[in-house]
Write a protein that binds this ligand. Structure first.
Ligand SMILES: Nc1ncnc2c1ncn2[C@@H]1O[C@H](COP(=O)(O)OP(=O)(O)OP(=O)(O)O)[C@@H](O)[C@H]1O
Ligand SMILES: Cc1ncc(COP(=O)(O)O)c(N)n1
Length: 268
């Protein structure tokens, strides 16, 4: 069985972070493992508090896994602090997994900062150049490239700027712009649009986490990067289409639907 590792924060509400990642891995038939970087007290309406895990513990979790279990793909989500960014980059250079997908999580849907300001430079310098793919949303790409992204043209420019910063492949998610959520994939040479249709729902908690984990799961199963990205876009679209009315705020996406579908329990 193929394996995937998520290095991310825990979401007690179960919709984003480690919990969304592991659900995605399982739903896509990949054995999931986790390195927890932070514990958040969170639900569908807010992040109440955050406790960072110290960097020695993060190092220990990473080495425990890599010294025993083959890792076919890594997904990185919330890292929180500069220290965590540095230790994760250092360990990944040591263990050198073949595929690393970086979702540069900065701010939660509710506006809570999940990455300290002084960690952004470290993420750009130490992590961005060593990953296979970075999957920023529009505000994250604006922060990383120090530019405004309002139009399609701006999206192309942001991808080129991320390449200048050392990114090998970019998936710039367009969900935060008006209109349909079209994402732009750039492999350093060619641009490919992944077109979406906006689903009108408030239940979009953890969509970025789910998308990046699905990419990791497909890459672990030996899809090409472009194919993994396309299949992951289909996965998140269905997961949002069937998202769950759980909690009073932004509810989670639905990973179980895929399992029901595979088992022939529902019609597509
Ligand atoms: N309402 C929607 N309908 C259909 N697709 C959507 C919708 N919102 C987002 N998407 C898609 O979901 C994926 C995740 O994008 P999004 O921009 O929500 O990421 P994000 O902001 O990083 O998510 P999060 O921070 O919630 O984890 C992208 O492929 C995006 O196009
Ligand atoms: C632990 C953790 N990781 C990531 C997110 C981003 O998800 P969202 O933007 O939907 O709040 C989150 N809220 N919590």
């Amino acid at each position: 069985m193929k394996t995937a590792l998520t290095i991310a924060g825990s979401d007690s509400g179960g919709g984003a972070g480690i919990q969304a990642d592991i659900k995605t891995f399982s739903s896509l038939g990949v054995f999931g493992m986790s390195v927890i970087t932070a514990v958040t007290a969170q639900n569908t309406t807010e992040v109440k508090s955050v406790q960072m895990i110290d960097s020695q513990m993060i190092r220990d979790q990473i080495s425990a896994i890599f010294n025993d279990i083959p890792v076919d793909a890594v997904k990185i989500g919330m890292l929180g602090t500069e220290e965590n960014v540095t230790v994760v980059a250092k360990e990944l250079i040591t263990y050198h997994p073949q595929h690393i997908i970086l979702d540069p999580v900065m701010i939660s849907k509710g506006g809570h900062h999940l990455l300290q300001q002084n960690a952004i430079e470290a993420l750009k310098e130490k992590l961005l150049p060593i990953v296979t793919l970075i999957t920023p949303n529009i505000p994250e790409a604006e922060c990383l490239t120090d530019s405004r992204i309002c139009t399609i043209e701006d999206m192309y420019h942001a991808c080129l700027k991320l390449k200048e910063l050392g990114a090998k492949n970019v998936l710039l998610k367009g969900g935060h712009l008006e209109g349909d959520p079209n994402d732009l994939f750039f492999d350093g040479n060619q641009f490919t649009w992944l077109y979406g249709k906006r689903i009108h729902t408030k239940n979009v908690h953890g969509t970025g986490c789910t998308l990046s984990s699905a990419i990791a799961a497909f890459i672990a199963q030996e899809e090409t990067l472009l194919s993994a990205v396309k299949k992951a876009k289909d996965y998140i679209t269905v997961a949002i289409e069937h998202s769950l009315e759980i909690g009073n705020g932004h509810g989670p996406t639905n990973h179980f639907f895929q399992l029901y579908e595979r088992a022939g329990l529902v019609d597509k």
